[in-house]
Design a protein around this ligand. Structure first.
Ligand code: AMP
Ligand code: MG
Length: 424
């Protein structure tokens, strides 16, 4: 297979897959071949950089920790002065606090009272935690059984000056923001945010505030899309509802492709509606329409309109979310500069429900992971699994992923789940 296809359209007919029953993995793989990440970089204060992607490695300007320091509240001693097993007596000659070091040098049979984080005094090589010490006036008695260097954090043991602390392509979570601050760095170089324009298509859709007439429904997809894009750190450009009218759609596609790196639409890719959208997009760019072997979310379009990537998601609210998480998420992360793109973690747990499933396509049922009375984690399915039932997504905390060949599932069977928390 060619790693650098020249044309999506060529690929759609010449490659070794059936566009009427495209396996999920295959569709992901094809999309991945067309994605080149943003290259524009900008500087951001570390707080403003939360959720952004690093565009340059962060190199530590210092040793972390900067000095040998104590990991415990206790006494700093010279290991040589401790006797093997019997008690030894030390004179307390001073105190070392975090931020207020002991200035002198430890001599034979002397110790220094030391607190967690304080610099280890000159001459000391071992910390004895306070619970292992008997204090008698200005002397302490220390029993046997100690190890040289115990309870001591070495300078540079976490990071050495000049070492890479964080790599380009990493997303900045609270841990990374804190780590950068611990190096004394206040600004980082990040990729610009990915711009994603989206609109809903459908003559039946009305916006919040309008009174629904017979057959009309409120547009919810723009809101789930907004939420999912915001969580991924994208700049979301909401272009509203566009009627099923070729001229209006053409204008909307052009405007979106000019304004954004990625264009996402919902609706208009199912049988009956797809043909005219297909003609339009084939005129404007290179777009392939697939019927993915999955449920929900069978029809999906992917391609380019000018320089912009295009994802045409199905109209049903659950299908929008499932196809977004299974195809669009990874693509957007890659385009945003994430490297590597972390896979959504999945693992197996027993399912307590009976699941209906026909072999032949991958299903993403909505599940609730919970602990039973014995403390073990199980999954059950949310109620009805219709692709229009958005409540099933709201009640769920995981997807239950049933592979292509899988049939009905009996209670007690191990099934694969993908946790939504932190993802959706
Ligand atoms: P379509 O893919 O356009 O045929 O739409 C499939 C189903 O999803 C239909 O029942 C539509 O009414 C519904 N639908 C399409 N777009 C939206 C939307 N933005 N919000 C809620 N439901 C939608
Ligand atoms: Mg429609």
């Amino acid at each position: 297979m060619n790693d650098q296809p020249q044309s999506l359209r060529q690929l759609s007919c010449a490659d070794d897959f059936d566009p009427n029953s495209m396996p999920v993995d295959k569709a992901r793989e094809v999309i991945a071949r067309f994605l080149s990440p943003v290259t524009t970089i900008e500087r951001a204060h570390i707080r403003a950089a939360l959720g952004r992607v690093l565009a340059q490695d962060v190199i530590s300007p210092l040793d972390v920790p900067a000095h040998d320091n104590s990991a415990m509240d206790g006494y700093a001693v010279r290991f040589a002065d401790l006797s093997g097993d019997g008690p030894a007596t030390f004179k307390v000659t001073g105190t070392a606090l975090a931020g207020a070091p002991f200035k002198g040098t430890l001599k034979a049979d002397e110790c220094v009272r030391i607190m967690t984080g304080a610099v280890v005094p000159q001459g000391a090589d071992t910390i004895v935690m306070q619970e292992r010490v008997e204090v008698r006036g200005d002397q302490v008695m220390i029993g046997g059984g100690h190890r040289k260097g115990q309870s001591l954090r070495r300078a540079g043991e976490d990071l050495k000056a000049g070492q890479t602390a964080l790599k380009r392509g990493q997303v900045l979570r609270p841990a990374e923001i804190g780590l950068i601050a611990s190096l004394g760095i206040g600004e980082v170089t990040v990729y610009r945010r990915l711009r994603v324009a989206f609109f809903s298509t459908g003559d039946e859709l009305i916006s919040i505030g309008a009174v629904p007439q017979e057959g009309q429904i409120y547009d919810s997809n723009r809101y789930t899309l907004y939420g999912m894009l915001a969580r991924l750190g994208c700049e979301a450009i909401d272009m509203g509802v566009v009627r099923d009218d070729p001229k209006l759609l053409e204008d909307a596609f052009s405007e979106a492709a000019a304004a954004a790196d990625v264009v996402i639409t919902s609706g208009g890719v199912s049988v009956g509606e797809a043909d005219f959208v297909k003609d339009l997009l084939n005129k404007m760019g290179e777009v392939v329409f697939w019927k993915i072997a999955m449920k929900p979310g069978r029809p999906l379009a992917y391609g380019k309109i000018g320089d912009a990537h295009f994802f045409g998601l199905p109209g049903n609210p659950v299908s929008v979310m499932v196809t977004f998480y299974q195809f669009v998420r990874d693509a957007l992360l890659k385009l945003s500069g994430r490297d590597p793109v972390p896979p959504l973690p999945a693992f197996k747990v027993p399912c307590t429900s009976t699941l209906k499933k026909a072999p032949g396509r991958t299903e993403f049922q909505r599940g609730v992971l919970a602990q039973n009375a014995a403390g073990n984690w199980n999954v059950r399915v949310t109620g009805d699994q219709g692709s229009g039932i958005l409540r099933s997504m709201s009640e769920a905390n995981c997807f239950i992923i049933l592979p292509t060949e899988q049939g009905n599932v009996a209670p007690g069977t191990l099934v694969e789940v993908q946790v939504m928390e932190g993802v959706v």
